[in-house]
Design a protein around this ligand. Sequence first.
Ligand code: SF4
Length: 153
Amino acid sequence: MNGKTRSSEMPDRPEFFDAGIRFECTGCGECCTGAPGTVYINRREASAIARRLGLDLKAFLETYAYPFKNGYSLREKENYDCIFFQDGRCSIYDVRPTQCRTYPFWPETLRSEAAWRHTCRACEGIGRGRLYSKKEILAEVQKVLDAGEPVDD
Ligand code: SF4
């Protein structure tokens, strides 16, 4: 932590995932495609992707993003796939945003058992692979909340 007071913090209270959740991404691409959605990126993440593409920040934002909340969202293709989903995989995987790194452990997917069951139907990686402890899951959620905080340049 950087010492700043965070406006969003996950409370540690009894949750339906107290015993942890198994998850291992299969790379199926379901979360990068399909229904319209937003892929939030803050200014720091936008700069990292721009550098990776060899673009200056302004050119990157004009072409690949639009303003959203405290930052931006990546644009989508005509069919709503993420603009960086190419040939069945993420073409910016090494610099993918926090939202993509932390899926499926998001505040909105974990807000209730019903929301989580809905997420389970969309993500085949849930229920397989290694067991994430409650502490690890809450740490992922906190990363999402932190990424949405205003970023100092
Ligand atoms: S839907 Fe789940 S398993 Fe498929 S790519 Fe996304 S995180 Fe991985």
